[in-house]
Design a protein around this ligand. Structure first.
Ligand code: NAP
Length: 410
């Protein structure tokens, strides 16, 4: 089944049956170390995740698979079939960052992994860890989960450079068929947004909100301008909400029937225009809870939200669908720090906590978050936080060791 990798002999496979993940106590979980600082943050995260698993009576059997530079050395390609097959087969993987060349070279491996495996939801929780420096006065009000659709929109990769025969053909087609004039020297990109892809991610977000006792699901869109893509996202979103019957209520119902208080067991669905959303996250932070949005808006708002609570070094992420997930930090491979045992492994560790949640190991996930928070409050920090709050400056590995000690004390 695999060309150059061999799954471990111990451990069991995670399965998916009757709409549910079946997770054994000793799952085999593939991991990709990745490029740049992956070599620092991934081993640090594995150390913490092993300790957390042990604490709740589980054992993860790690299985190294390859992408990026390490894969190129072994396979002569950056994203070998073995890697995609292993994720398909074992369903859940932890990933370090991968380098993407700008303006040419190969396409982003991260985007390719999401698209090939149809991991259509990029889910990023954004919450405040006590002790982390933040530009907000009340950063504890930030507690969001952002669901970003990742297979469509202007990120679908349907684009052609200016002057290419495809671009010129489309410009000609638009002129001839629709009388629309586009400048000849334009690059062309398409923005597809479908009912299918919209409905499945909004459904996932609402289900998540109901299962995790969240109060509000906000459809973030730019439908006032892009009516048939972003506007349609909004319409289809409200249509999906109806599938949940009286468990999902509208903003009008909230005020008419419930006096503004979201009743237990229900969630409110509302929508906001994207540009407004950016200022509202700053000015009315605690009104937002679960945000679901097309690809480009989602990319922007996720990084902005991460900035509110301490930046990229600590922001975790996941790419999921119902039966599969790849968990990775929001930050990239920061090549200038690679191999220096310097950067903050928190984002990779908390991506592991998200993976625990996906596996249904919620107690373990809470312990990881708590142990990270305790470590930062003890002011045992890597350079990025040290430059803001001082304390004891440690390396990547030493930070992870401190997290493990705190975890074991819980
Ligand atoms: P980046 O790697 O995220 O680094 C940008 C800056 O963020 C770093 O210089 C550093 O800031 C800070 N930072 C990032 N990770 C940190 C950590 N763990 N601890 C502390 N600080 C951290 O972004 P980039 O330089 O734009 O991208 C580098 C490469 O990564 C590119 O090839 C890009 O395409 C790729 N990338 C990959 C992914 C992914 O794999 N999912 C995501 C984003 C980018 P200071 O120097 O100010 O301390």
């Amino acid at each position: 089944m695999f060309e150059k990798i061999k799954p471990p002999e111990e451990g069991e496979k995670i399965r998916y049956e009757d709409g549910k993940l079946i997770v054994p106590d000793n799952p085999i979980i593939p991991y990709i170390e990745g490029d740049g600082i992956g070599v620092d943050v991934v081993p640090a995260a594995l150390m913490v995740l092993d300790a957390a698993a042990e604490k709740i009576g589980k054992e993860i059997v790690w299985f190294e698979i390859y992408a990026g530079e390490k894969a190129y050395k072994l396979y002569g390609e950056y994203l070998p079939k073995d890697t995609l097959n292993a994720i398909r087969e074992f369903r859940v993987a932890l990933k370090g960052p991968l380098t993407t060349p700008v303006g040419g070279g190969y396409r982003s491996l991260n985007v390719t992994i999401r698209q090939v495996l149809d991991l259509y939801a990029c889910v990023r929780p954004v919450y405040y860890l006590k002790g982390v420096p933040s530009p907000l006065k009340n950063p504890e009000k930030v507690n969001l989960v952002i669901f970003r659709e990742t297979t469509e929109d202007v990120y679908a990769g349907i684009e052609w450079p200016r002057g290419s025969k495809e671009a010129l053909k489309i410009i000609e087609f638009l002129r001839k068929e629709f009388g629309i004039e586009v400048r000849e020297d334009s690059g062309i990109g398409l923005k597809p947004i479908s009912e299918f892809a919209t409905k499945r991610i909004v459904r996932l977000a609402i289900r998540y909100a109901l299962e995790n006792e969240r109060r509000v699901v906000t459809l973030m869109h730019k439908g006032n301008i892009m009516k048939y893509t972003e506007g349609a996202f909004r319409e289809w979103g409200y249509e999906v909400a109806k599938e949940f019957g009286d468990k999902v209520i509208t903003e009008e119902e909230l005020w008419e029937k419930y006096d503004g208080e979201v009743p237990y067991g229900k969630v409110v669905i509302n929508d906001r225009i994207a540009d407004n959303m950016f200022q509202q996250l700053l000015t009315r932070t605690d009104e937002y809870d679960v945000i679901v949005t097309p690809n480009l808006n989602g990319d922007y708002i996720s990084d902005m939200a991460a900035g509110l609570v301490g930046g990229l070094g600590i922001a975790p992420g996941s790419n999921i669908r119902e039966d599969m997930g790849v968990f990775e930090p929001v930050h990239g491979s920061a090549p200038k720090y690679a191999g220096q045992n310097k950067v903050n492994p928190t984002a990779e560790i908390l991506s592991g906590a998200l993976m625990f949640e996906f596996l249904g190991w919620k107690e373990g996930a809470e312990m990881i978050k708590k142990a990270v928070e305790m470590t930062i409050q003890q002011k045992i920090v890597t350079y990025d936080l040290h430059r803001h709050i001082g304390g004891t400056l440690v390396g990547t590995r030493e930070f992870a060791q401190a997290v493990v000690e705190n975890l074991q004390s819980l």
